[in-house]
Design a protein around this ligand. Structure first.
Ligand SMILES: *Cc1c(COP(=O)(O)O)cnc(C)c1O
Length: 367
């Protein structure tokens, strides 16, 4: 780093740990000269995008010389009905990542505190740190959010609490009862962000829908995305539902045209493609069952998941397991970055991907 940057850049950027994204398939192909690679590292939908979304995209390619609708009118109308909310409660973003960043730009002053679980989604710490927040990371208990400890961590400086449910990278969910109890301990001027990126995958009977707390008049934000079950990660589109008050504030810092034209069109079509959503849920459910059975046979401990990925203990150095899997053309995520040096996080794939992953893992662990 040059003296010029050290002197001129904002001090906060030196507090950031660089994000290590899942390796893109093309990069691994190039580096290893491998042709046939499967990516089970970033929780993308193994079924691909909705066929209806693809068709809608084809039909609109000749309109991309226009700027997109900066208000996302049609998509918003559709989402409002879909979610049963008011039209001033919704914001669409260039992925939910953008919305997380806009939220801290709206609310965080240097020295404010934010609370999140550890390990959880890295974007919370990343975005809050840029704005100079003090990050309070509360360790999970049994791989699950420790809500009483998170409530204990609240001070008069607390601005935002992030609740990733189901949690990435562990796949665990906290129950409605636990969240009800937790919410009674959160003061009204603290914002709770329910990050429900994997909402559509959860199979719990007592899953707390963040929208219910919004309905109760609480200052909560519910964040969901088209990147996971809807299969549109490459287009970058997500949304959040919150109070009209918070929407109006966040809109002040939002760029016009933040959501691109193709993303709006694809999201609208994907939302209506129930068959695709159901097929994705079914594939995930079957994939989970298969992987659990195989992990059991291999004697590996894993965390039962409510999402589309599984956190599993390989009993060996995860970085070595990662390298060996990659040489066999399977990309996963290592647990060391989350503080679990023998764990890996694997996205539930389609059946041939799951089988290939298991076969590769068996060969590696038996060797
Ligand atoms: C994948 C993911 C998101 C989605 O991010 P996008 O920017 O919408 O692609 C948000 N939160 C969590 C916890 C995730 O794992």
């Amino acid at each position: 780093m040059s003296d010029f940057i050290k002197k001129q850049a904002r001090a906060e950027i030196f507090d950031l740990k660089p994000y290590t994204p899942g390796k893109p398939v093309e990069e691994v192909k190039r580096e290893l000269g491998l042709e046939d690679i499967i990516k089970m590292a970033s929780n993308e939908n193994p079924l691909g995008p909705s066929p209806q979304a693809i068709e809608a995209l084809r039909d609109s390619l000749n309109t991309i010389h226009f700027y997109p609708d900066s208000n996302c009118f049609y998509l918003k109308q559709r989402l409002i009905t879909f979610l049963g909310i008011q039209d001033n409660q919704l914001m669409i973003g260039n992925g939910s990542d953008e919305l997380l960043k806009l939220l801290v730009e709206t609310f965080i002053n240097r020295g404010d505190e934010v609370i999140f679980g550890s390990p959880s989604f890295s974007e919370y710490e990343f975005t809050a740190t840029i704005m100079g927040a003090k990050c309070i990371a509360v360790p999970l208990i049994d791989f699950k959010h420790d809500l009483p400890a998170m409530a204990d961590a609240i001070t008069d400086k607390t601005k935002i609490i992030y609740l990733c449910n189901p949690n990435n990278p562990t796949g665990t969910a906290v129950s409605r009862e636990e969240v009800d109890e937790f919410m009674t301990r959160v003061p009204d001027d603290v914002i709770v962000i329910f990050d429900e990126a994997y909402f559509e995958y959860n199979e719990c009977s007592d899953f707390p829908n963040g929208l219910d707390y919004l309905q109760q008049g609480r200052n909560v934000i519910v964040s969901r995305t088209f990147s996971k079950i809807y299969g549109l990660a490459g287009l970058r589109i997500g949304y959040m539902v919150t109070t009209p008050d918070i929407v109006a504030a966040v809109e002040r810092v939002t760029e016009p045209f933040n959501v691109n034209l193709l993303a709006q069109i694809a999201a609208l079509a994907a939302l209506d493609d129930n068959d695709h959503v159901e097929a994705s849920q079914k594939m995930n459910s079957e994939g989970k069952a298969y992987l659990y059975t195989e992990f059991d046979k291999m004697g590996l401990k894993y965390v039962p998941t409510e999402a589309n990925f599984i956190f599993v203990d390989t009993g060996q150095d995860c970085k070595e397991v990662f390298k060996k899997l990659m040489l066999k053309g399977v990309i996963i995520r290592t647990g060391d970055i989350f503080g679990y040096p023998t764990y890996i996080r694997v996205t539930v794939g389609n059946s041939s991907e799951n089988q290939r992953f298991i076969k590769a893992l068996q060969e590696i662990l038996e060797a």
